[in-house]
Design a binder for this molecule. Structure first.
Ligand SMILES: [Zn+2]
Length: 264
């Protein structure tokens, strides 16, 4: 039995499977890391500040126009398309073989590929709210507004409900993620390593039988996993989910708005 068939078998028998989607799955979907040196350099040159400085609550509050200029350019454009790895996850969930997906990308890539039970630890760009009256606004409203997107009712600057640099993951969200990992019989770490920022603090609660890592990059801590596949998720996971390794052509995006992907 090859590795893919072995994992397929493990997932088939698992009573509760949880997947964690790391930053490499985002890169596979076309999103460069904001911490990548070339991006940081470009941002510094353009604004005179680092991405960490601009994408912060200090800038949202005090330099709101700069914040939104950056936000539109680097977070909302260009629109990302979920990689094949996310579609494979959605298929697993549809078959009842995946109970929860935990992600820290703000583009709700799992939701846009069709996953339903998702914990977006860092929130999503699709969720925007007036901090004063609580009115909800769409991503398109924020994207298409000039300069600062304002609430139509009270003229306050709309707050994208995404985690900014220096902010902590919402407590309830963290508790939910810990409880999902603790419940899992099988844990899939996808495009991430055990000691990454995403997994740090969660993996320690895993008490199931099998931890599987699919990640092209190598990390020595990963030896703690039961199975490690050194390959990109977008090629490996489809081979596990579909015998021929390919998503059937009629599997379309179930939800392109990205809404209702998070659990309440
Ligand atoms: Zn308002």
């Amino acid at each position: 039995m090859n590795e893919y068939a072995l994992i397929r078998d493990i997932l088939e028998k698992s009573s509760y499977t949880v997947a964690m989607c790391g930053t490499d799955m985002m890169k596979e979907s076309g999103m460069p890391s904001l911490r990548a040196p070339e991006i940081a350099y470009q941002v510094e040159k353009e604004y005179g500040y680092s991405p960490e400085e601009i994408f912060s609550s200090v800038f949202y509050t005090n330099r709101t126009e700069v914040f939104f200029d950056y936000y539109r350019k680097y977070m909302l454009m260009p629109p990302l398309k979920p990689s094949e790895g996310f579609y494979a996850l959605a298929e697993l969930e549809k078959r009842g073989k995946l109970q929860c997906t935990i992600a820290n990308n703000v583009h709700n890539l799992p939701g846009r590929a069709g996953c339903r039970k998702i914990l977006n630890l860092h929130g999503t760009i699709y969720d925007n709210e007036c901090p004063r009256c609580g009115k909800a606004y769409s991503m398109e409203y924020v994207r298409d507004s000039r300069k600062v997107p304002l609430c139509g009712q009270c003229m306050a600057a709309i707050r994208p409900k995404v985690l900014l640099f220096g902010e902590q993951v919402d407590n309830q969200m963290m508790t939910n993620a810990v409880s999902e990992v603790a419940k899992a019989e099988v844990l899939l770490l996808l495009g991430t390593s055990i000691n990454s920022g995403l997994c740090d603090g969660y993996v320690q609660y895993f008490q199931g039988s099998t931890m599987i890592i699919i990640n092209a990059a190598e990390h020595f801590m990963d030896e703690k996993a039961d199975i490690v596949i050194r390959e990109e998720v977008k090629t490996a996971l489809p081979k596990i989910v579909w015998q021929d390794g390919k998503r059937p052509e009629n599997t379309e995006d179930r939800d392109m708005t990205g809404k209702d992907g998070t659990e309440g």
